[in-house]
Design a protein around this ligand. Structure first.
Ligand code: B12
Ligand code: SF4
Length: 467
């Protein structure tokens, strides 16, 4: 059977905001995970529209499309196109799970929640010519899943082709996060077996890994065993964690020893009122600075994530946040405008209060104001958000933040990472266009293994974190 799997491009991939390097950083793994359930005889074509031009004049038997919020309209168009051509079309992913009624007119079957049980069930039904219209995930278990079909991933399109995911979900319940909606009705945080995760790591060539897990340090027992197992593997990696997990026990030290060189942390806001309003309990009362210093002393650089537009924010929040990030020597920052995703508690409460301005999902990309603000108006919020990026990544602030590290080596590294990530866009674009992206990896891996800090003899990564 001919199967086409498509990750449609987010709307922004066609907009002036689009940064090719951001979408060419590492391969997303949803579709390649599902492909593992297909028969070895199936002819599968997996396309990620962010890194390649879609070929849509083909005639597959089955089309599988992954839908995020900002690619939803594009996904529906593609689905309609393939149904007109006689293909059987399946839609699934975060947005379909949040708004199944919106997706259903565009699909032959839709899938709610993770696909590890429903997709193989569907394939069986499809082969028996009895597929259902709606499949709802009920089993939350990834201890025994087949290996991801990495052969379908076009590795040379990505800077860091070794993306990996060893868990699903997260133990926390922030109001603005997609997580509780997607995992509704069952476990919302579960991991692979440690030995399976280590085997998967072993399959990956080279040194560098990018963990896509929402919270790599979320299950202490699992993460500790994983890092212990990774110790001798000569890997360097990046991943995400929360503040409280960094402060708890010695997991972060174990992670650093296993090769963690950069961590994405959701600081979100410096206001306790905002944290409480967002149910971000794991950050409340935590010493952000202590967590930052701990990471820096281990040679782990930090990509801080911040949300603007929560109700306690005022006009000064942008300067306050940028100054704080610079003062604390965060290497990169990701700023977001608060965005209520359908299915989240934030969305429900905004809807009840009549605060949603529209349902144009194309604009729900965390770069636009899509709700009625409190404390500062929409124009101030948008302008402040743009200003925060500009200010944080100004040469002046890159220099200031670099200088806030203790050693000259750290200072130089910070300067190079932050500058390289945001200041050399045309060079990245040139490398992508000339298909040289993958050639950068061995060079970067070499630098990774050689660079040592005076302080603690740990190597630090030259990779930019996502920002
Ligand atoms: C990789 C990634 C990216 C990459 C995308 C690269 C690319 N080429 O597109 C980058 C870094 C560019 C990125 C950008 C953004 N991202 Co992102 N990203 C991820 C991440 C970390 C991993 C995705 C992944 O591979 N997961 C692992 C696989 C196994 O899970 P999965 O994709 O969900 O697939 C499973 C199911 O969904 C289901 N499924 C999916 N499709 C289908 C289809 C069918 C038919 C079936 C049966 C099942 C099914 O089955 C799969 C197996 O269970 C997720 C977090 C996460 N842990 O998922 C965030 C995530 C998807 N991103 C998110 C966000 C918010 C963004 C940004 C908006 C952030 C920003 N402001 O920059 C931007 C998007 C910009 C925009 N315009 O929308 C949110 C999405 C929230 C939402 N409701 O849509 C997530 C969930 C992070 C979070 N915790 O909030 N992202
Ligand atoms: S900690 Fe992150 S992934 Fe977990 S619920 Fe909160 S925002 Fe979502």
């Amino acid at each position: 059977m001919k199967i086409k799997m498509i990750l449609p491009a987010l709307t922004e991939a066609k907009s002036p905001y689009w940064r090719p390097i951001k979408y060419s950083l590492f391969p997303p793994l949803g579709l390649a995970t599902l492909a593992a359930y297909c028969s070895p005889d199936d002819e599968i074509d997996l396309q990620d529209e962010h890194v390649e031009e879609l070929q849509i004049n083909d005639t597959p038997d089955l089309v599988i499309i992954q839908v995020y919020i900002t690619n939803a309209f594009r996904a529906y168009k593609l689905a309609d196109h393939y149904r007109q051509r006689g293909a059987y079309v399946c839609l699934g992913g975060l947005h379909v799970s949040s708004l199944p009624d919106e997706a259903i007119p565009h699909a032959d079957s839709i899938f709610i929640g993770p696909g590890e049980d429903t997709f193989p069930e569907f394939l069986k039904d499809f082969n028996n010519r009895t597929p259902r219209k709606v499949y709802v995930n009920s089993k939350r278990n990834i201890t025994d899943i087949p290996p991801i079909r990495r052969d379908l991933i076009k590795r040379n399109h990505y800077l860091v082709p070794n993306s990996i995911v060893v868990s699903r979900g997260c133990p926390h319940h922030c109001d603005f996060c997609y997580k509780d909606a997607f995992f509704e009705g069952g476990k919302s945080f579960y991991t692979q077996r440690v030995d399976a995760a280590l085997t998967e790591i072993d399959r990956l060539p080279g040194k560098h890994l990018y963990f896509l897990d929402d919270h790599l340090l979320g299950n202490q027992k699992f993460s500790s065993a994983l890092f212990e197992g990774m110790k001798g593997m000569n890997r360097v990696f990046q991943g995400a964690s929360t503040i409280d997990a960094i402060l708890r026990g010695n997991l972060i030290e174990q992670a650093a020893e296993a090769g963690l060189r950069s961590v994405f942390i959701g600081f979100e806001t410096l206001s306790n009122a905002n944290l409480a309003q967002s149910n971000k309990k794991q950050n409340l009362g935590k010493d952000y600075r202590e967590a930052i210093n701990r990471c820096h002393s281990l040679g782990i650089m930090i990509n801080g994530s911040f949300v603007f537009g929560l109700d306690d924010d005022d006009k000064d929040v942008f300067d306050r946040t940028v100054d704080w990030a610079v003062e604390n020597a965060l290497t990169t920052c990701t700023f977001h405008i608060l965005t209520p995703y359908p299915g989240t508690r934030l969305y429900q409460s905004m809807e009840q209060q009549g605060r949603l301005l529209h349902h144009n999902w194309d604009l729900y990309d965390t770069r636009q104001v899509v709700y009625k603000t409190v404390g500062l108006n929409a124009a101030e919020l948008k302008a402040g958000y743009d200003y925060a990026y500009k200010s944080f990544y100004s040469w002046k602030n890159i220099c200031r933040a670099s200088m806030n590290h203790d050693t000259l080596k750290h200072q130089l590294k910070h300067f190079a990472y932050a500058g390289g990530w945001k200041k050399f866009e045309p060079l990245w674009n040139f490398i992508i266009k000339t298909k040289g992206l993958n050639n950068m990896l061995p060079l970067l891996e070499t630098i990774l293994s050689k660079v040592k800090s005076n302080n603690n003899n740990k190597s630090v990564s030259p990779f930019p974190a996502i920002a």
